[in-house]
Write a protein of this length. Sequence first.
Length: 95
Amino acid sequence: MIFEEVPLEELGFNPSEAPSADDLANLDDLAESIEKVGLLQPIIICESASGPQRYDILQGRRRYLAVKQLGHETIHAMVVDADAADLKLSSVSFE
């Protein structure tokens, strides 16, 4: 795994894991917090196997949406390989 600043345009969601209404709830509060203190925890991503984007977001959809809402162009991310993604990181909640 590596940590890097990833352009938001290179990120997307697995079609079966698109943001839900719960993901969008209170997004303004999260964006305000990130604006004040910064992003405290990187999102977790892996190379996309199915979409047009370069990476799929495994964890941190709300953080991604909040950073995008703030107009940022990049986000700090932990890039994991496909084997780590197969461990179902997406089923573990870090948010």
